[in-house]
Ligand binder design. Structure first.
Ligand code: HEM
Length: 191
């Protein structure tokens, strides 16, 4: 329980840090984009890397909580776009989306994250567990989104791209070897 509370507070730190420094930001809207966007993508990577570190630190049972924080920061990022940047103007949203294709990649990923947050409740999760594989589509789109939003890629975007490729290859390898095993050995081993 203590661990859960500590983790909850740790996950709130980027939000507190953002509020603390918001007043001194030269361009507050850009500042919110950067803070909420980088926190959301970093936590998304953390949720997908948790199984890899379970021997060092096993936080797998808090995966849902971390996932909900991904949604929380992505939601703040979206609110920044719709309320502060677009000032609730639908025509601005449409114009920006047509002018900057990276925005609709962000919107598709945000829709996936919203779907996952809504269906992550214990009572209904089982029914949607397969659909939660869409998180891999989200990480691909979000990485492209973040990279396309920059004029020049920096080390952090290269890092996102590297981790994303690593996660996708690991997932495909896992799937493929399981299918291969099932196809050739299913007569021997009942699944
Ligand atoms: C509702 C959908 C979304 C919209 C409308 C949106 C909008 C934007 C915009 C306008 C920027 C450029 C900000 C600037 O530099 O001026 C941006 C950057 C970014 N977005 Fe999004 N986004 C969306 C979804 C997401 C999601 C779901 C994530 C992560 C999970 C994300 C992560 C990022 C990151 C990491 C950046 C780069 C920030 C930086 O400059 O370092 N976005 N987004």
């Amino acid at each position: 329980m203590k661990k859960k509370i500590l983790l909850f507070l740790a996950l709130l730190l980027p939000f507190a840090n953002m509020l603390l420094h918001l007043q001194s930001a030269i361009d507050p809207i850009k500042y919110i984009y950067i803070q909420t966007g980088t926190t959301a993508i970093s936590l998304l990577i953390v949720t997908l890397l948790l199984p890899w570190f379970k021997r060092v630190v096993n936080l797998l049972r808090y995966r849902r909580m971390v996932g909900l924080f991904v949604f929380f920061y992505a939601f703040l990022h979206f609110l920044n776009f719709f309320v502060l940047d677009a000032e609730l103007s639908i025509s601005f949203v449409i114009k920006q989306t047509l002018d900057k294709p990276f925005i609709y990649l962000g919107m598709i990923s945000f829709s996936i994250l919203t779907f996952m947050a809504v269906t992550s409740k214990k009572s209904i999760f089982r029914r949607f567990v397969k659909w939660h594989q869409l998180v891999y589509v989200a990480i691909i789109l979000v990485t492209i989104h973040a990279s396309m939003s920059q004029k020049v890629l920096s080390l952090i975007e290269y890092f996102y791209i590297f981790v994303m490729i690593f996660l996708i290859v690991a997932k495909l390898k896992d799937r493929f070897s399981f299918r291969f095993f099932k196809r050739y050995f299913s007569t021997l081993v009942p699944f």
